[in-house]
Ligand binder design. Structure first.
Ligand SMILES: Nc1ncnc2c1ncn2[C@@H]1O[C@H](COP(=O)(O)OP(=O)(O)OP(=O)(O)O)[C@@H](O)[C@H]1O
Ligand SMILES: [Mg+2]
Length: 276
């Protein structure tokens, strides 16, 4: 039966009162679906709530894009799994349900340039932001520079706290740029603070074996990796660069179709083995 005009107005007023503009906007179409018999009552309620949730998630994402410094919007839906068969879709689907955030586990994406490490790290960050969690993105270089600057300005503790606070911190591009000894020490302190407190997603073109060289200190790198992999999902991507997908010859000439050096050694405390 068609909803009486007064009932419709009352519904509109209530949705406005509850500050549910997404549901309000979808209301007429949903009522039309009910009137026309294309929607059952449960489906209509579902659609109404979905419309509000979609708007809320969109707003959360907008706010997160401003505060998190994410460099782009990349989602799992945009990711072509057929191009990168070494990635197990089920593992990525499971990570996107965000249980790892609840359990304060880390995720490490390892692999050569262009295989989708940053894309997948960002898509996890976006899923986390849409779920209302605070996320923060930085390359290792940017994060270390900000810690060094804070240290020089006598505000190190404040900066450490700021970077420890987000439910998810993305540390991108470990291994591309050289790091000073002080920078490596500051990063180690940050990771020690986040250890078992909040999740970190890291990406690197270098296998763990090479991190001693990256951080300029084998002992510190070993202690850092030990903390990281204690509760950790490792996604070891072996494949070709998506950037070079139309340049097969150039790709072969550069020899970039390989995994991140050698795969990491399995560690007794690692929860999930490398996706080899
Ligand atoms: N399988 C894929 N499907 C769709 N787009 C992809 C895929 N892999 C990568 N891309 C896109 O290709 C570009 C390069 O990917 P990305 O930046 O994630 O690579 P990366 O592994 O982080 O490389 P680097 O080590 O050089 O930083 C991005 O625009 C990304 O969205
Ligand atoms: Mg990258």
């Amino acid at each position: 039966m068609k909803a009486a005009p007064s009932r419709r107005d009352h519904l509109r007023a209530q949705l406005a009162d509850l500050k549910m503009p997404g549901a309000l906007e979808a209301l007429d179409e949903i009522l039309a679906g009910l009137d026309g018999g294309t929607l059952t009552a449960p489906a209509a309620l579902d659609a109404l709530l979905q419309a509000q949730i979609a708007l809320r998630n969109h707003r959360r994402l907008d706010a997160a894009m401003r505060s998190s410094r994410l460099p782009a919007v990349k989602t799992l839906a945009d990711f072509d799994f057929s191009f990168q068969p070494s990635i197990k879709r089920e593992q990525l689907d499971s990570l996107h349900t965000l249980g790892f955030l609840e359990r304060k586990e880390n995720v490490v994406f390892l692999g050569p340039p262009g295989v989708g490490k940053t894309h997948l790290a960002i898509s996890l960050a976006i899923a986390a932001a849409e779920s209302g969690r605070r996320v923060y993105y930085g390359t290792l270089g940017d994060l270390i520079t900000s810690l060094e600057e804070a240290s020089q300005a006598g505000r190190l503790l404040h900066r450490m706290k700021t970077l420890t606070f987000p439910s998810l911190l993305i540390v991108d591009e470990i291994g591309y740029l050289p790091i000073s000894r002080t920078g490596a020490m500051l990063f180690f302190q940050l990771m020690s603070r986040r250890y078992e407190h909040a999740s970190t997603v890291l990406t690197s073109n270098k296998s763990f074996e090479a991190w001693g060289e990256v951080f300029g200190d084998e002992v510190m790198a070993a202690a850092l990796i030990d903390r990281l992999v204690h509760h950790c999902h490792i996604v070891n991507i072996r494949g070709n660069s998506y950037r070079m997908r139309h340049h097969a010859e150039l790709h072969r000439a550069l020899g970039t179709a390989r995994s991140a050096d050698t795969p990491p050694r399995s560690r007794s405390r690692t929860k999930e083995a490398a996706a080899t």
